[in-house]
Design a protein around this ligand. Structure first.
Ligand code: 5BU
Length: 265
């Protein structure tokens, strides 16, 4: 049961969506969010059918799909829902509150299908209210993951900036949690200390093969990320570029799940 496995993350959580995530992750014994970075609808659908059982959430970049259409996307979201997955649009919002609210609508209508979105806090805390208003406009609710750290080399999110994001985000009920740097366990442990136990930390920059990736991406080990305080490892190419994505997803699932058991026991 989720309440037994997740320890204080469960007991201290005040977010329905975070609890939903912990339940899905427990059912599937997987703390994996697949970064579904494929640029065709058929490539995306293949991925869900191959790895759906081994992941707990699906992260999208809706605007990189070449043959995107509202109908095809709606079918894709339905498939994700049937596969018991949270849908997470990694849109990295950053505008003022009222424009962010409008960005949730528009062609892609993110507010109508995403359970989670990412946002920078560079424009100030009203961006979170704007995103929450976006969901309210269609009678839905969702959670915002604030970028407190990034996985890419040379990024400008320094420790002082991270502190400010965490201090503002911790207090906001619309903030589901924070993005942390999965490639550096020591940075992640620091982030966990700052965040405390109530909010989630989700981490990109994770791969079973650690080291430098393409164009400044950096990778850390899934087990180390979870032990350092990550609640969800975001894995892209480690799964979708593997020869057998299903088998690869299973490996990430068991590494992350075993690490959670180890962390909480
Ligand atoms: P990869 O193939 O595992 O490197 O994919 C990583 C994904 O996570 C990709 O979709 C990025 O947009 C996303 N990401 C990231 O890599 N680093 C970050 O700091 C943030 C998001 Br925020």
């Amino acid at each position: 049961m989720a309440s037994e496995v997740w320890g204080e993350r469960w007991s201290d959580s005040t977010s329905d969506i975070a609890r939903k995530y912990m339940e899905v992750a427990t059912r599937k014994q997987s703390l994996v969010c697949l970064a579904a970075d494929r640029n065709t609808m058929s490539g995306l659908s293949d991925l869900i059918s191959e790895v759906g059982p081994y992941i707990a959430a699906l992260k999208t970049h809706v605007d990189l799909v070449d043959d995107w259409s509202p109908e095809a996307w709606s079918d894709f979201c339905k498939a994700a829902e049937e596969a018991d997955l949270l849908i997470f649009e990694d849109r990295k919002f950053a505008d003022i509150g009222k424009i962010s609210r409008s960005h949730m609508a528009g062609i892609y209508d993110i507010r109508s299908w995403a359970d989670l979105v990412t946002s920078h806090l560079i424009s100030g805390p009203d961006v979170v209210d704007g995103l929450q208003a976006g969901w309210q406009d269609v009678g839905r609710s969702g959670g915002v993951l604030l970028l407190a750290q990034m996985s890419s080399r040379g990024n400008l999110l320094n420790p002082d900036y991270t502190d400010q994001v965490v201090n503002k985000g911790r207090e906001h009920p619309g903030v589901f949690g924070f993005i942390g740097n999965g490639s550096r366990p020591e940075e992640l442990s620091e982030l966990r200390k700052k965040v405390g136990s109530e909010k989630m930390i989700w981490t990109p920059g994770v791969n079973l093969s650690t080291g430098d990736g393409e164009m400044g991406q950096r990778y850390g080990d899934p087990r180390e990320a979870v032990l350092a305080g990550s609640d969800c490892i975001i894995v892209g190419s480690g799964i979708h570029r593997a020869e057998n994505p299903g088998e690869s997803a299973k490996k990430y699932a068991s590494a992350s799940w075993n690490a959670l058991i180890e962390r909480e026991s």
